[in-house]
Design a protein around this ligand. Structure first.
Ligand code: ZN
Length: 76
C-alpha cells in the first residue's frame, strides 16, 4: 500500500495586540501582531492532528518578536 504522510502542514491565525509596543530592533512604535501557528501531521495531504502549536508576539515591520504563552495569546 502506498501511504503519503508528512509533518509541517501549517495553519495560522493572527490578531492585533491591544497596545502600541516599542520595537528595539527597528525602533518603531506600532501595535504588534500576536500569531498562533499550528503544525499538523498530515496523511494524503489532509491534516490529521496538530502536533505543535506556537504562539508569538511580533513587530509588524521587521517581524522581530518573541514567543508567548497560550494564555497571553488568548488575553489579547
Ligand atoms: Zn521592529
Amino acid at each position: 500500500m502506498f501511504v503519503i504522510f508528512g509533518f509541517g502542514d501549517q495553519k495560522g491565525e493572527e490578531k492585533q495586540g491591544s497596545r502600541v509596543e516599542h520595537c528595539f530592533h527597528c525602533n518603531n512604535d506600532r501595535v504588534w501582531i500576536a500569531s498562533k501557528v499550528t503544525e499538523n501531521f498530515s496523511l494524503f495531504f489532509l491534516p490529521v492532528f496538530p502536533y505543535k502549536t506556537t504562539y508569538t508576539y511580533r513587530c509588524p515591520i521587521c517581524n522581530h518578536g518573541h514567543q508567548i504563552s497560550k494564555e497571553d495569546f488568548e488575553r489579547m
